[in-house]
Design a protein around this ligand. Structure first.
Ligand code: ARG
Length: 586
């Protein structure tokens, strides 16, 4: 289904062309003077330059044609050549009814038939999830859902960091602590020897310890490198130990992602790309792209048009180990085989921009993809603390995600009045959803490229562009509909008289399609967050302006209740695109 602006632009385009002008001039936009009209078309102004005539002459001729269109209640011109448009009430109702009936709330199917792999989350095994991974998870989940809603067959893949140096560090540290473990013995037998169980706590403690040691102890660092290379060659003892702590780590991560309502279709890791490395190397070799550089193998990706230095991609280091770029290139091969995607979208910190430019260029050069445009790095900014610096604990350390979420939960719980809930569990469940909604909305309302300040007190405030305000709005509509006790009609009544506040709310609902288009085009969930907020705020105007439950006129009462139900449907749908769950009471 087209958006309202899409439909109006088509109608106006037809009128332009019937008057002998280019149909493209019929593009319509929302009015900058909502006090005068709802939409406007400025095509006569640009047309005047092409056709060398006065803009108002074109505007008057086109407006004359538009007057009979049943979409409009009013068509007016204004100097020097604006065409001002106000919708017919029945047209607006019917548009919304159709949008509701098609089950998609007016979201155009812009990606129908496309298969998209969304690479997000990107947690690293053994390292605890920290706030840097929070943005990738929140934004990536939203982008995946938006792509699905636009008709794409979109799948999420975490691209687990399970194969790099941090694995060698963990193995080295475990070996120091438990040299007696059978997996470290030269005659280790994977079929019969036991693999010790490691707890998630121990795993999360081992890595920072090993990482610190490797920075001051060169011998230790060398062992860790060696262990990494051996693991990558699947040395049986190391490999079995790795498999065992992978299980523990994944289960630990999954718990946090569940809490965030983030869900991946695939949990492939860097290790899964390993099988594709030989094919990658062969392709690069055959293409004559690999060059020796100080013992390492590299591919040059600089272009003449570059205005900043573009270093070559390192494919194999001098010690023979694969690195981040190699893995990402091999993963492109893997994804091409498994998914034949039309797009691979990487939701990763924008500071990794250079890495992705190198990888995409190399992939194109090697013919792994037809065009580097198939791959898109959807970068995001940093989550900062009140001091404007990357978010840290009070002691200045990296804050684990669980600590941040627990804090938010405690504050959310405090904000909920126990008297409103039947049971304590219900209050706790609500606090859980409220805290996650507030954290997510506080992030997603900002354009992903921007840095923002994490301020949980503000995010939990019942006023402003906050998750708390949105959840509250949904509960208010819910309790109103519950009180109505009558059967709420499934459609708006085009013949029912409406007030300005009702028209405004209908227009806001109809504009969600426009926000959705922008969100898809720019891969930017903030437009969805903004649309949800605009609807909540428009609903609030409507709620204060008209009588709903106490309305005596049956037709108006029914229509207003239908509008409430529509509002709730639109809001829950938009919040669902952001992976934000609503609550019943607050
Ligand atoms: N594990 C990486 C990190 O923590 C993020 C992975 C992003 N995805 C990718 N295909 N490189 O920085």
């Amino acid at each position: 289904m087209k958006t309202v602006i899409g439909i109006l632009s088509e109608i106006c385009g037809k009128a332009f062309s019937e008057c002998g002008y280019d149909a493209a001039l019929g593009a319509v936009c929302a009015s900058d003077r909502p006090d005068i009209c709802q939409f406007q078309c400025n095509g006569a102004l640009s047309g005047a330059k092409i056709y060398r005539t006065a803009p108002i002459k074109i505007a008057l001729a086109v407006a004359e044609r538009l007057k009979d269109e049943k979409a409009f209640e009013k068509v007016e011109t204004a100097m020097p050549g604006f065409i001002n448009l106000t919708l017919d009430r029945a047209f607006l109702c019917e548009y919304l009814n159709a949008a509701r009936a098609d089950g998609k709330n007016g979201m155009p199917q812009m990606l129908a038939g496309k298969r998209i792999v969304v690479d997000y989350g990107g947690p690293n095994v053994a390292k605890p999830l920290h706030v840097g991974h929070l943005r990738s998870a929140i934004i990536g989940e939203a982008i995946k859902r938006i792509a699905k809603a636009a008709g794409a067959d979109a799948v999420g893949d975490t691209h687990l960091g399970d194969w790099g140096l941090q694995m060698g560090l963990v193995i080295t540290e475990l070996k120091e602590r438990h040299p007696e473990w059978r997996c470290f013995a030269p005659d280790f037998d994977p079929a019969s020897d036991p693999i010790p169980a490691i707890s998630a706590e121990e795993l999360n403690e081992v890595y920072p310890c090993a990482s610190a040691k490797s920075k001051t102890d060169a011998e230790y660092a060398r062992s860790a490198h060696e262990a990494t290379v051996l693991l990558q060659q699947k040395e049986p003892g190391y490999y079995a130990l790795w498999q065992s702590f992978m299980k523990v780590s994944k289960a630990d991560m999954k718990r946090i992602y569940d809490r965030l309502n983030v869900d991946f279709e695939y949990w492939y890791g860097e290790s899964d790309a390993e099988d594709y490395v030989p094919e990658l190397l062969e392709t690069l070799e055959d293409g004559g792209l690999l060059e020796d550089s100080e013992g390492a193998k590299v591919v040059r990706v600089a272009r003449e048009s570059d205005d900043a230095p573009m270093p070559p991609v390192i494919i194999k280091k001098s010690d023979g180990s694969n690195i981040y770029a190699t893995t990402d290139l091999a993963t492109i091969l893997q994804r091409r085989k498994l998914f034949a995607p039309d797009g691979i979208w990487y939701v990763v910190d924008k500071r990794q921009g250079l890495h992705f430019t190198q990888v995409f260029r190399c992939a194109e050069k090697a013919g792994l993809i037809e065009s580097e445009k198939l791959c898109e790095h959807l970068g995001f900014g940093t989550m900062n603390g009140a001091d404007g610096k990357p978010y840290k604990t009070r002691e200045g350390g990296v804050m684990p995600l669980t600590v941040l979420l627990d804090n938010a939960y405690r504050k959310a719980l405090e904000s909920l009045d126990p008297a409103k809930f039947r049971t304590n569990e219900e209050r706790e469940r609500t606090a859980d959803r409220l805290s996650v909604a507030s954290v997510k909305f506080g992030d997603l309302i900002n354009n992903r490229q921007k840095d923002y300040i994490f301020d949980i007190d503000r995010f939990l405030s019942a006023e402003g562009k906050t998750g708390a305000y949105l959840l509250y709005s949904v509960t208010r509509i819910g309790s109103l509909l519950a009180k109505a006790a009558d059967a709420v009609p499934g459609a708006l009544d085009p013949a029912c008289p409406v007030t300005k506040a009702e028209t405004d709310l209908m227009l806001t609902l109809a504009s969600a399609g426009e926000y959705f288009v922008k969100a898809v085009e720019e891969r930017a969930p903030n437009y969805i967050a903004e649309a949800a907020y605009q609807i909540a705020s428009s609903f609030s105007g409507f709620y204060h302006d008209v009588r709903i439950l106490s309305e005596e006129d049956g037709q108006k009462r029914r229509n207003r209740l239908a509008l409430c139900a529509f509002t709730r449907a639109w809001m829950t749908c938009l919040l669902d695109l952001l992976a934000i769950e609503t609550v019943d009471v607050m």
